[in-house]
Design a binder for this molecule. Structure first.
Ligand SMILES: *[C@@H]1O[C@H](CO)[C@@H](O)[C@H](O)[C@H]1NC(C)=O
Ligand SMILES: *[C@@H]1O[C@H](CO)[C@@H](O)[C@H](O)[C@H]1NC(C)=O
Ligand SMILES: *[C@@H]1O[C@H](CO)[C@@H](O)[C@H](O)[C@H]1NC(C)=O
Ligand SMILES: *[C@@H]1O[C@H](CO)[C@@H](O)[C@H](O)[C@H]1NC(C)=O
Ligand SMILES: *[C@@H]1O[C@H](CO)[C@@H](O)[C@H](O)[C@H]1NC(C)=O
Ligand SMILES: *[C@@H]1O[C@H](CO)[C@@H](O)[C@H](O)[C@H]1NC(C)=O
Ligand SMILES: *[C@@H]1O[C@H](CO)[C@@H](O)[C@H](O)[C@H]1NC(C)=O
Ligand SMILES: *[C@@H]1O[C@H](CO)[C@@H](O)[C@H](O)[C@H]1NC(C)=O
Ligand SMILES: *[C@@H]1O[C@H](CO)[C@@H](O)[C@H](O)[C@H]1NC(C)=O
Ligand SMILES: *[C@@H]1O[C@H](CO)[C@@H](O)[C@H](O)[C@H]1NC(C)=O
Ligand SMILES: *[C@@H]1O[C@H](CO)[C@@H](O)[C@H](O)[C@H]1NC(C)=O
Length: 567
């Protein structure tokens, strides 16, 4: 056993290679107090550049497996180096999903798809911030693991570790409970959504590594230094095989939790029409092929994706489908020619509803867009995803008024800037909040769940709704930050707040959310004062303390949370 794990560990160490060399002296997150210093017209804006760097750094803190010698997160250790040994494979590596230690393929696929798509459009922002090597390193750590989870055409590992065992553990990376079983989908027990989502991630990242942009001119290109046709081909190969697996499995079309019930408690899927469509679209771009495009048109119709008012997140990709259709039409692909105006109509129906407060989402009193059923478990995530899609679509809009309207939706209380949370260092699941009193490590660059529906952010470690971090929470913020590095000479909002001398103040009372109900009786109608709102932003964005909690008392709520995240 020891011998095997040693060999696996050694093999893992040697296969992890990013293509760009990381700087001799590593980029490290600046002290949080630097977030309060105006950047004084630096070009690119140093605050946005730092934010981009921090957001990437968060992923490094989430790494599983044998860490490379270039590891920047000094308080992280090698961990779970035996993953996959139960099925005779090396499934070590990859990323821990959130504040816990499961590795979950479905939300990871969304995260990678989203980041690669963003870098395909705003790659120059990574270049300008000197972060492209870290982007490569981050992506390959995820993609090389995703490749391992796909060891043959019709097999995809969709989770490593038992959610129940894992949620009962609170502690560091040295005593993560074992066994950590590996769960798969396959030909007889398929998962159409999970296979198609992984296919979409591989195709989106293949486009990035092939240097295939959406033809929007010099400003919007993938970073040239990432171009690597052999890696792009490997990724495309996996994408095509997974797509075939998704649509041709002998077990038919099935939500993946039907084959692997354990994910019902964490990341159950609400359907596969959106994943099939977005995979077919990314593949049509990757291969310049009208047959994938025809598939996308067919699914779009079959699953009635037109006219929806859905959230965009790890489970619900339909709004992304609208934007990708528009990008392909605009990019001049022959198979999409003549479609731009109808694609714009679909996108603008969807986005106009959001900016005119006519979507199914509501606005919190402070102005945060809130999708009931999705935002309840993490308010910032749907809002950041909406902001990311709006920013990406804005330049394609049919009029300059719409472009302005879509970009101008960033107001002081919308999440254009949040970042920050801390790693606890505790190991007492019964006293997550108090042991230790102050977090051991600063988790730079993490986007937390976010404030409650009345804009209060309590900053309580065991309030996972407000304070947990996750791979998919950071993804849209990365794309937004890259876009701001490209164009924005103004500092992010939090800089001016801090420079103005505001101190973070905790809201009064107790939270009322899916994790903590103590404040519910008292909460009716209280809205926070402007001072507290400002404090909230500062807390979220700069000073940030405390994170994540999966308290055992709330195990059932944790399960609900992730069910709640399904849209
Ligand atoms: C391209 O990617 C492959 C696979 O990861 C790697 O082995 C190779 O060194 C890369 N090539 C360049 C030129 O970076
Ligand atoms: C910008 O200028 C102010 C005032 O001189 C200074 O306090 C601040 O540190 C400067 N910001 C940076 C990033 O150098
Ligand atoms: C990027 O690196 C160059 C060369 O070292 C340096 O001059 C520049 O200030 C850096 N830019 C940022 C945003 O870090
Ligand atoms: C990594 O190991 C060191 C030394 O054992 C320990 O102090 C630290 O807390 C560990 N990190 C985590 C995240 O558990
Ligand atoms: C196929 O997947 C199902 C569900 O995970 C599993 O029970 C079964 O053993 C797998 N089949 C093979 C041949 O591995
Ligand atoms: C594509 O995948 C097949 C099957 O896994 C493999 O045999 C082949 O070498 C792969 N090709 C590339 C370019 O990675
Ligand atoms: C796997 O898929 C590739 C490409 O789709 C195909 O060429 C190959 O024959 C398949 N392998 C098996 C064992 O079915
Ligand atoms: C699915 O199977 C059919 C029938 O064998 C085949 O014609 C088609 O090419 C397959 N589709 C994909 C995407 O592999
Ligand atoms: C895509 O395919 C079309 C039709 O076959 C062809 O005219 C066009 O040049 C191709 N585009 C690229 C970028 O290869
Ligand atoms: C948004 O619309 C809802 C009702 O649909 C309304 O209650 C709310 O006040 C509106 N918010 C704003 C800021 O207009
Ligand atoms: C960003 O800058 C590019 C070129 O510098 C310009 O074409 C584009 O319109 C700008 N985008 C925004 C949203 O301002």
């Amino acid at each position: 056993m020891f011998g095997l794990s040693f060999l696996l560990a050694a093999a893992c160490f040697h296969t992890v290679a990013s293509q760009l060399s990381l700087p001799e002296s590593p980029w490290l997150p600046p002290d949080a107090s630097k977030g309060a210093q105006p950047s004084n017209g630096s070009s690119p804006n140093s605050q946005w550049s730092n934010l981009l760097g921090n957001l990437l750094y968060f992923y490094e803190a989430q790494r599983s497996g044998v860490l490379p010698s270039t590891n920047r997160v000094s308080w992280r250790n090698d961990s779970c180096t035996n993953d996959g040994s139960d099925v005779g494979l090396d499934l070590s590596g990859g990323y821990y999903d959130a504040g816990d230690y499961i590795k979950a393929t479905f939300p990871l696929s969304f995260t990678l798809m989203s980041i690669c798509w963003g870098a395909t459009d705003f790659g120059k922002g990574y270049d300008m911030a000197n972060q492209t090597a870290y982007l490569d390193d981050m992506l390959r750590w995820g993609l090389d693991w995703l490749i391992k989870t796909h060891p043959s055409n019709n097999t995809l590992y969709i989770e490593v570790a038992d959610t129940g065992i894992d949620n009962a553990y609170w502690g560091g990376d040295q005593h993560i409970p074992e066994p950590r079983p590996s769960f798969q989908i396959n030909n007889t027990h398929p998962g159409t959504d999970a296979a198609a989502a992984a296919s979409a991630a591989f195709a989106s990242c293949s486009n990035l590594y092939a240097g295939r942009g959406f033809n929007r001119g010099q400003a919007y290109q993938p970073p040239a230094s990432l171009t690597n046709s052999s890696y792009a081909d490997t990724l495309l190969n996996h994408s095509q095989q997974l797509y075939s697996f998704a649509i041709n499995a002998s077990g038919g079309w099935l939500k993946y939790q039907k084959s692997v019930p354990i994910v019902t408690d964490s990341y159950a899927s609400s359907g596969y029409g959106d994943e099939l469509t977005i995979a077919a679209l990314f593949l049509s771009a990757a291969t310049n092929s009208s047959s994938y495009y025809q598939d996308a048109l067919d699914y779009y119709k079959q699953f009635s994706l037109s006219g929806q008012d859905a959230v965009f997140n790890w489970d619900s990709k339909t709004p992304g489908v609208y934007v990708l259709f528009a990008q392909l039409a605009q990019a001049g692909y022959e198979f999409a020619s003549g479609e731009l105006s109808s694609r714009q109509m679909e996108c603008e129906r969807y986005f106009d509803n959001i900016v005119n407060n006519k979507s199914k989402a509501t606005l919190t009193p402070g102005g945060l867009i809130f999708y009931d059923g999705d935002s309840n478990s993490a308010t910032l995530n749907p809002a950041l995803n909406a902001a990311m899609l709006l920013a990406r679509y804005a330049p394609i809009a049919s009029s300059s008024e719409k472009t302005t309207a879509y970009l101008a939706r960033v107001n002081p209380n919308s999440p254009s800037n949040p970042h920050s949370a801390t790693a606890s260092g505790g190991d007492d699941i019964l006293n997550i909040d108090t042991v230790p009193l102050h977090e051991a490590y600063v988790l730079y660059g993490a986007v937390v769940g976010g404030p409650d529906p009345t804009d209060k952010f309590f900053d309580i470690r065991n309030d996972w709704v407000e304070s947990e971090v996750a791979l998919d929470y950071n993804a849209p913020m990365l794309t937004l930050a890259a876009m701001h590095v490209l164009n924005d000479t103004n500092d992010p909002f939090y800089t001016s707040l801090q420079a103005g001398g505001y101190e973070p103040v905790k809201p009064q009372g107790q939270p009322c959310d899916d994790a903590i109900q103590d404040g519910c009786a008292a909460s009716g109608g209280h809205h926070m004062s402007t001072g507290v709102k400002i404090a909230l932003i500062v807390v979220l964005v700069v000073v940030g303390s405390v994170i994540l909690g999966l308290l055992s008392y709330y195990l059932w709520v944790v399960r609900k949370r992730r069910q709640g995240k399904t849209g």
